[in-house]
Ligand binder design. Sequence first.
Ligand code: PLP
Length: 469
Amino acid sequence: MNNELRKIPSTQRLISEKRIEQLTRVYPRSLILELIHRRLDSVRLSITGGKQCPSLDEITESVCSDVHLLLQSSLRPVINATGVILQTNLGRAPLSQDAIAAMGNISQGYSNLEYELGTAIRGSRHSHVEQLLQLLTGAEAALVVNNNASAILLVLTALAKKKETIISRSQSVEIGDGFRIPDIMRQSGTKLVEVGTTNCTYLADYENAVTTRTAALMRVHPSNFKITGFTSSVELVDMVNLARKHDLPVFDDMGSGCFLDTAQFGLEPEETVAQSVTAGAAVTLFSGDKLLGGPQAGIIVGQKKYIDKLKKHPLTRATRIDKIRLAGLIATLIHYLKGEAVHKIPIWRMIATPLEEIEKRAITWSVPFEGVAQIVDGETMIGGGSLPGIKLPTKLLAIGKVRRNENPHIARDLSIKLRCSDIPILGRIADDILLLDPRTVLPEEDKLVIEALKSTNGSARSEESPDSK
Ligand SMILES: *Cc1c(COP(=O)(O)O)cnc(C)c1O
């Protein structure tokens, strides 16, 4: 047997170590034993991999930190200074104060989630948002489910199963993380009929594909890419007119689902949900946590006869939204109805922040880094599978070596330190320069950023590489 393996302490030896023994008085002994076993397994594995056995003290320390790490949630807030407003990896849209309060309020006790207070009979959870969505989009009816992916699955299963759904080849896309339109179509049991070519699809392509087996025409927003050059696509209203001739519905997956005129912020105009409804889509689908700026949800608005069918489908139950997110979504929709979305919803506040204000904040952030920091022009991305490639001008705090003899790793070292602060701060590195974008940071978080930057300063400069002297 490997000599190092013999050095591994026994479980009994470890549990009688004072620091671990103390833990067993606070937490269940069985939990501590399990974590000791897991730690010893990993020690064994590393020894087989050629490593030496750590000391008893080191193993004890590891077990204690395993216990502490486990008992604090690994899911925690971070500060997003990456310059991408909507990032799926960072939890997409931060919520408004009203939405957060509504979610807290409704989770505290019981609610009339499915109970009609007036008549004391069973109600529907969908009733709480339907009217809001009708007023905001002009649609006859609405339904909210877990997320947009489940909305697509539900619509295709309930309305197109065992039949054919026609889609332009340029829209048969991968949304991200392996989520692909052709796969979800297969999953739902509808047959995908791709028409046109990657860059060009004409109305005649759809027309030629319609048969007695057709269930619907579908449009999918190319959320995360852009085809430029020689291209041609069909307007939604023309798809609707063609579909009507054959008494067929059009499903419109808008992806992000925008309620505001994006041109007012200097962005490229983005079709709104109301425009999709007006154009005559049978159902329009979008996410709650992209440009809407609410919690995760899949929202379906459209014609009553189709929404009614969806409401009765078993998948609606399987994909239903919980009361907490429903409360947050309602509060978010109310911001739009009150005309205060731009001031109250964080992502719209970020988009609408004037450049001068961002520059001021970047300057305040830069104070601890005099000499190694600069304010530079940059671009904020909307991201999150919405407004592909659309960027807003911004001002970035850029930290990195300025002089040739300086530590070339300032940016990397600093970015690691910021990532490991109490509330991790995330930026991006380009050409050995750390870039921090104030636009994607909530102004309320500035104090935390400044504190974290202050506490890392000095260290960024004192770690100058020896050869730079
Ligand atoms: C983001 C996106 C989806 C998936 O939405 P989720 O809410 O993440 O499930 C579907 N379709 C399009 C076009 C999207 O952009």
